[in-house]
Design a protein around this ligand. Structure first.
Ligand code: ADQ
Length: 501
């Protein structure tokens, strides 16, 4: 069936390679990075001899040759080839911290006031994308399929074309796509849209994101035609036809469930329970980012403590924040803001034996995170805007006893799939969030279990392998039946009715 096999390799391109490189004295320590995307794509790359191209994550001068050697050893370990794109400090500063994270990131998360439209960023962004395109040209063949990931690399297909390289290119956007009134503020809006139209297949996380994209296309000077209905539609520009889809990313559900029952996690869980003296635990887990809504969440928790004294000494909020982009001013200010709020809440409400907020500002090893997911009676996932939000899904995957409640922002992509059984909240409505905290804490066991059972059922069906499989089917029109370990679900069959456009 699969005539794609062997002939058409997959070339995955993302800003970062699926590895971590750390300098130790005079040598480099390289380790594979974990995560749903890596575990979902690795079997495909191994199976088909595909490759992954991306930045190494360091600006240290290593030299292409020694770097290749290090990565070749790593390639042997992970079972597929990885090729580096080397970036200078200046390139990282302008392309990554500049255009990607000071312009696209805030703008696409509906926060245009935080965008810094510096034209030098734009030029560097396109130059670095050309660098990525050269790497793709060097390491790929005509018949390969190039799958580009995320907002850092939107112009890549256009850059390949400018180099005279013809490849079938597909694109997935992990973050939201904004509505035209926000997107049109971007000085290079038409260029960015034209860049996207150079892909033969583009997929977004939700129907809403795709709707926004189509509305933005309607603002372009040239005439475009949209046809079709359902998860995959077609945009026609002159002779060119582009398939545009929405497909929510997910997690490796089975691996989270498996880890949740492991001996190590069970021991950690027991230990946590002892230390927290059987308190009801509410959990927040986020990368340090202003899109994640952490300050408003803390204010809602504070309001809940003010309004509902029955929560005192009974409920503890465990808030984990993973350090991220601290060199950017907006992020260091956010950190200060969070820490001020935490100490204010703890200063006001702490009593002997009870600290209302346990705040951790460091990454947590995966097993510990899974133990915390199992421990938490309630997860508070309240981003102001989020492409998907994997924490919401990981939490449910780990609630193997169905004994947890998910409070979820209506502005997280995950809400399109989970709105029936989570408690959905507008993250700006702190009063309502405070009420939902009480509702979640006091929810009868029967209702709690029924909601969680339903959430887990859907996640089990629509895991990250379902996502990869459906992406490839929709993009290439071919079934990947040669993945022996997977049952292939029918294409895009089970997206919630609300998610349909
Ligand atoms: P992110 O913005 O990084 O991803 P998210 O989807 O929440 O956001 O994923 C975060 C990941 O980091 C999760 O896998 C989580 O387990 C891990 N993590 C969080 N806190 C941690 C901690 N303290 N210690 C260790 N690990 C931690 C972008 C988009 C999202 C989209 C994903 C995937 O912004 O909207 O869901 O890509 O497409």
């Amino acid at each position: 069936m699969s005539n794609l096999k062997d002939k058409n390799r997959f070339i995955i391109v993302s800003n970062r390679l699926p590895i971590k490189m750390e300098k130790e004295a005079n040598s480099w320590r390289v380790s594979p990075s974990a995560g749903g995307l890596v575990s979902a794509l690795s079997p495909i790359l191994k199976n088909r001899g595909g490759i992954w191209i991306g930045w190494t994550g360091t600006t240290e001068r290593i030299g292409l040759r020694p770097c290749r050697e290090i990565l070749d050893n790593m390639s042997k370990e992970i079972g597929y080839r990885i090729f580096p794109v080397m970036l200078t400090e200046n390139e990282v500063s302008l392309y990554y911290y500049g255009l990607s994270n000071e312009i696209i990131w805030p703008l696409f998360h509906d926060l245009p006031g935080l965008a810094n439209f510096d034209p030098t960023y734009w030029r560097a962004y396109r130059k670095v994308n050309e660098k990525f395109a050269r790497a793709v040209a060097r390491h790929s063949r005509n018949e390969d399929l190039v799958w580009v990931h995320d907002y850092q690399l939107i112009p890549l297909a256009q850059k390949l074309k400018e180099l005279g390289i013809e490849r079938r290119c597909f694109f997935f956007l992990h973050i939201p796509f904004p509505s035209p009134d926000i997107f049109m503020k971007m000085p290079w809006r038409y260029e960015l849209l034209s860049d996207l139209l150079e892909y033969e297949f583009i997929a977004f996380q939700t129907a809403q994101d795709r709707r926004n994209f189509i509305s933005c296309l309607n603002n372009m000077p040239q005439k475009l035609k949209t046809s079709g209905r359902g998860p995959v539609i077609e945009v026609t520009e002159g002779e060119k036809k582009i398939k545009v889809a929405y497909l929510p990313i997910s997690i490796d559900f089975k691996s989270f469930t498996r880890m949740a029952t492991s001996e190590k996690v069970c021991a950690m869980l027991k230990d946590y329970k002892k230390k927290l003296h059987r308190k009801t635990v509410i959990l927040g887990v986020d990368r340090l980012d202003y899109t994640k809504g952490i300050p408003l969440r803390l204010k809602a928790f504070q309001m809940a403590l003010e309004k509902y004294p029955q929560l005192h000494e009974n409920v503890t909020l465990v808030q984990i924040v993973v350090p991220s982009r601290e060199e950017v001013l907006a992020y260091s200010e956010l950190k200060n803001n969070i820490e001020t709020l935490v100490s204010s809440i703890n200063g006001t409400f702490t009593t002997p034996g009870w600290v209302p907020v346990h705040y951790m500002y460091h990454p947590v090893p995966r097993e510990e995170l899974v133990a915390l997911y199992r421990l938490a009676d309630v997860a508070l996932v309240t981003p102001l805007r989020d492409g998907m939000n994997l924490v919401a899904k990981e939490y449910c995957a780990c609630k193997i006893d169905n004994d947890g409640v998910l409070i979820l922002s209506e502005f997280a992509g995950a809400a399109a799939q989970m709105y029936h059984h989570a408690l959905i909240v507008n993250p700006y409505d702190t009063e309502r969030m405070a009420d939902l905290i009480l509702k979640a804490v006091e929810m009868p066991t029967k209702e709690k279990k029924s909601r969680m059972r339903n959430l887990r059922k859907k996640l089990k069906e629509q895991d990250v392998f379902w996502w990869v499989d459906n992406f490839l089917r929709a993009a290439t029109g071919k079934a990947l039946v040669d993945f022996p370990e997977k049952e292939l679900p029918p294409i895009l069959y089970a997206i919630s009715p609300r998610g349909r456009s």
